[in-house]
Write a protein that binds this ligand. Structure first.
Ligand code: ZN
Length: 251
């Protein structure tokens, strides 16, 4: 039996994602592989709902997730963040492959959710589909060996931006201000981040911070698209290099 239907907005609030919402039936996976155990030590729980995703898709994505958590611990105190769950749901829109979901008003229940359609997919097809989006300029680039993890890395960009937004609110004594209107607060911080990243790009590389078509749609997608490129390319664009400078610096 499936869970009751549920719908929520994606990270930037520009479209609804309808899912089956099986959160309450889900539990930690019994497949205790080495990477699953390693992620537990990083406060990441891989859930049973991912069990049917082919290993050739799931394992590289879990390894990339581990790499991201390891990298960003250097910049920020991620250890204190509530458990991140990796799950699947059936999305009504088959074209959406993954999403990041978290409560808006408090940093609870952060989830990286894969579409159940991955269960019937294979690595070659996933890579081809991602390459198509890159070729038309809709998504930022990824090196060939990282095409498989492009989408999840983008979703982790939404997670990281959300964590940093929370940290900024705490540092600036604006927790109450954020609580009054979290969507408005997060929008303002997302715009501020984009402005700062573009400014770094102009000052450091003397170029304007370009992005993909999707990245140009709003400041959240700008961050996630740039984040994905930064972590999936050996030679990322100046915009992606500027994001790394931003992440290492004072916010
Ligand atoms: Zn996104």
């Amino acid at each position: 039996m499936g869970g009751r239907g549920s719908s929520y907005f994606n990270a930037s609030g520009n479209f609804r994602i309808n899912v089956t919402d099986t959160y309450k039936q889900d539990e930690e996976t019994k497949k205790r592989t080495r990477i699953v155990e390693k992620l537990v030590s990083r406060n990441v729980q891989v859930m049973k709902s991912t069990d049917k995703i082919p290993d050739e898709i799931l394992t590289p994505n879990l390894k990339q997730l581990d790499r991201i958590m390891s990298k960003f611990r250097q910049y920020s105190n991620y250890a204190e963040v509530e458990n991140l769950k990796v799950r699947t749901e059936k999305f009504s829109n088959p074209r959406i492959k993954a999403c990041f979901r978290c409560k808006i008003d408090s940093f609870e229940r952060p989830e990286i959710i894969f579409n159940k359609s991955y269960e019937k997919d294979n690595a070659i097809n996933v890579k081809e589909q991602v390459q198509k989006q890159i070729d038309i300029g809709y998504w930022t680039k990824s090196d060939k060996q990282n095409l498989l993890v492009h989408t999840m890395t983008h979703e982790m960009g939404h997670y990281v931006q959300r964590v940093i937004t929370q940290q900024i609110a705490e540092k600036r004594g604006e927790i109450d201000k954020r609580a009054q209107n979290p969507l408005k607060y997060d929008d303002e911080i997302a715009v501020e981040m984009r402005t700062k990243i573009k400014k770094i790009c102009k000052q450091t590389f003397k170029t304007t911070g370009g992005t993909s078509i999707y990245g140009a749609s709003d400041p959240y997608e700008f961050f996630a698209e740039t984040f994905s490129e930064m972590l999936t390319c050996d030679s990322p664009s100046n915009t992606a290099k500027s994001l790394e400078i931003y992440l290492k610096g004072e916010k």
